[in-house]
Design a protein around this ligand. Structure first.
Ligand SMILES: CC(C)(COP(=O)(O)OP(=O)(O)OC[C@H]1O[C@@H](n2cnc3c(N)ncnc32)[C@H](O)[C@@H]1OP(=O)(O)O)[C@@H](O)C(=O)NCCC(=O)NCCS
Length: 154
């Protein structure tokens, strides 16, 4: 959990919100086994990614929250490696898509696209917001649409 707190701490925030996301996802047993990964270097955890189950228009769907890399190791490719492995596993598990709320400039290169044109939205940021994105996997079809809610929002 330290890596999550450190990654999301700055002058204005202490990372508690993201730590709460992890503990609430765990408490709800909403973290599929294969979709929670850590990156280890020299016995130290330097990266973490978690995808939890949510709801998309009345059907189960998954979203990443959070993706975190320890500040001193950011920019080394760890976040991309974690996300690419998570997407590979989500594809293998048969999920149609993976959602994420984050910076489009970062997630676009990992295969994510704006969710709005696909008819998918996240109410807290509003329809058409470019930060709520999805990565379509091979099982995707256009019937996967509607409002997304995270497990802790149900
Ligand atoms: C965002 C984060 C997960 C990226 O992981 P990372 O291991 O540092 O990133 P990678 O090494 O895989 O990729 C680095 C590239 O992404 C870019 N990048 C990193 N964070 C970015 C961000 N928040 N927005 C846009 N681009 C970003 C870097 O500029 C770099 O670009 P370059 O290759 O052109 O130099 C990590 O920096 C982090 O934990 N940040 C703090 C927490 C956070 O914002 N998490 C994401 C929530 S959506």
């Amino acid at each position: 959990m330290q890596v999550v707190r450190a990654a999301f701490s700055d002058d204005d925030r202490d990372g508690q919100e993201e730590v709460d996301v992890v503990t609430e996802t765990w408490a709800m047993s909403a973290a599929p086994d294969d979709l929670e990964l850590i990156a280890i270097d020299d016995d130290v955890i330097v990266g973490y990614v978690l995808a939890g189950t949510g709801d998309l228009g009345g059907r189960s769907a998954i979203a990443v929250a959070p993706l975190a890399v320890t500040p001193s190791r950011q920019g080394d490719g760890i976040g991309s490696a974690l996300m690419n492995e998570l997407l590979r596993r989500a594809e293998h598990a048969g999920f149609p898509l993976v959602a994420v709320l984050g910076n489009p400039a970062y997630y676009r290169r990992l295969g994510f696209e704006a969710s709005g044109p696909l008819g998918i939205w996240y109410r807290p940021v509003g329809r058409g917001d470019l930060h709520f994105q999805v990565c379509r996997l091979s099982r995707y079809d256009p019937s996967h649409r509607g409002e997304f809610t995270y497990c802790w929002e149900r």
